[in-house]
Design a protein around this ligand. Sequence first.
Ligand SMILES: NC(=O)c1ccc[n+]([C@@H]2O[C@H](COP(=O)([O-])OP(=O)(O)OC[C@H]3O[C@@H](n4cnc5c(N)ncnc54)[C@H](O)[C@@H]3O)[C@@H](O)[C@H]2O)c1
Length: 247
Amino acid sequence: MDLKGKVALITGGAQGIGRSIAKELALAGADLALADINLARVEETAAALSQETGRQVLSLKMDVSKFEDAEDGIKKTVDKYTRLDILVNNAGVTRDGLIMRMSDADWDLVMAINLKGTFNCTKAVTRVMLKQRSGRIVNIASVVGLMGNAGQANYSASKAGVIGLTKTSAKELASRGITVNAVAPGFIKTAMTDALSEEARGNLQRLIPLGRLGEAEDVARAVAFLASEEAAYITGQVLTVDGGMVM
Ligand SMILES: NC(=O)c1ccc[n+]([C@@H]2O[C@H](COP(=O)([O-])OP(=O)(O)OC[C@H]3O[C@@H](n4cnc5c(N)ncnc54)[C@H](O)[C@@H]3O)[C@@H](O)[C@H]2O)c1
């Protein structure tokens, strides 16, 4: 993938899948804006990635659930680089629990970050990309948005919502040369899945035809493809990266 001359903003870029996506895009030649609610960690990651890849990396404090934060981060990115070609909506959280016991606060928080956060950043970036008449938006959904998962009513609904939002954004923006796609990871080794017990991990592994949990890099490579020129004729799609779990 050749992303030389491109600028990419990745939300939730301080660690995990977001960090891997950022690295993959930078290795392909893109300059980066890394946005995260955790400023100290995102600054540390930005410095490390700049060293590892030789690209420019701007760090931004952003709570994606707040539209003003999204707008401000996108403005700072365009002020620095004069353009913004790729938005990866990756910031996401879980607050698991059975429906009967799920608090309003846990429902609202997951919706506000995972779904409204994706809406906020998409809305804020649209003006820039419409003016450029080009752009790539990649939303990180999840296989549980396709198949459901007991104990994740809030999370699975938010990710199903991201898939609907992806398709609508794709239809609204297609005529201006902007593509919008989703990547739906399966079970990927990160802090989010480190919290699982050995038993839960074993049970999961048995559901995966390729027989292993995914690596963050498996997701990052799919995102880099969808962000590239080579994917110009692909929009409104959901690419599962899950070892074959959902077919
Ligand atoms: N790990 C998996 O197995 C898996 C599977 C499917 C989908 N996903 C999705 O991939 C994405 C990344 O997950 P991960 O496993 O790397 O998680 P992670 O917890 O390691 O990283 C998430 C990052 O998002 C940041 N963040 C949290 N709330 C934020 C907010 N309001 N504004 C901005 N940043 C915020 C965190 O500070 C953190 O840096 C998420 O959208 C997640 O739902 C993960």
